[in-house]
Design a protein around this ligand. Sequence first.
Ligand SMILES: [Zn+2]
Length: 335
Amino acid sequence: QVLHGEARRGRPKARSAAAALRRLNSAVHYVPYRGALGPRSALRIVRQFDIVADCSDNVPTRYLLSDACVLARKPLVSGSALRLEGQLVVYNHGGGPCYRCLFPEPPPPDAVTNCADGGVLGAVTGIIGCLQALEVLKIASGMGSSFSRAMLVFDALEGRFRNIKLRPRKADCAVCGERPSITCLQDYEAFCGSSATESCRALRLLPGADRVSVQHYRALLQARVPHLLLDVRPQVEVDICRLQHAVHVPLRKLQDRDEEALRYLQKRICEERQRTDGQSALPVYVVCKLGNDSQKAVKILQELPATEFGSVVAKDIRGGLMAWATKIDSTFPQY
Ligand SMILES: [Zn+2]
């Protein structure tokens, strides 16, 4: 994040980063590669360099890069950041583990929060990125790394750095172990059940019938169809922007089955129902930033007891408020 500025908005990140670095040190030769790293290109690219830094933001690319570095015998300086936390590890170096040694199985796709959904403070990525650069320089100059058997965890809110000791390389690791089952690169998006590119990093938890487009929702608003709009984003995001008529209950509270939040929701559903004929089920449309959390919330609403909440039909608004901002209301803030 700290390499990219407003002046280069819209430019490919690799080129923008190369331009920023060239301004810092023009004596270095920079080679930007445009396009996503895939199983077909990764080994060819990784083999040309002595040290690899993982600055990616998604699980499939982390497995891909780690496997490629094991196969090409390169150290991997890996950094990650989310919200107010960052981590740093050097994989496949000095007898330490690879990414797969620590995480043999990918997490379930709906348990992963990415930067686009969760957000990250630019300064946090800057701190982790500078530490990555430092480890790269230490390895390149023969000083070795402090993090080949330790994970650095940075908590920006507490202002604290901690080192967690890591186990050594696993003898039975599928890629760096003694009898590896992975000897070439695979389809990592299929392995992880999620996409590596942001534009299609969308969850599909619900069938199409349980989802509506922003255009459909606008038509429904214009026709004054009775319904409840439920915004499930965290309070900080609601404070940035919101649709005025939305009722707000954060997803976290729904997941925790928070009693006060559920009572509030029940009351609002009841009030809205009084505007209708009381015969048919009340539609509840759920919205979040990008349309991932809203699907999780719809699943929870579908399980609520009809004895307390009455008959409701919960649906998710595809693409969330950011789709609303790009397709319906260009004055709606994007963040
Ligand atoms: Zn391993």
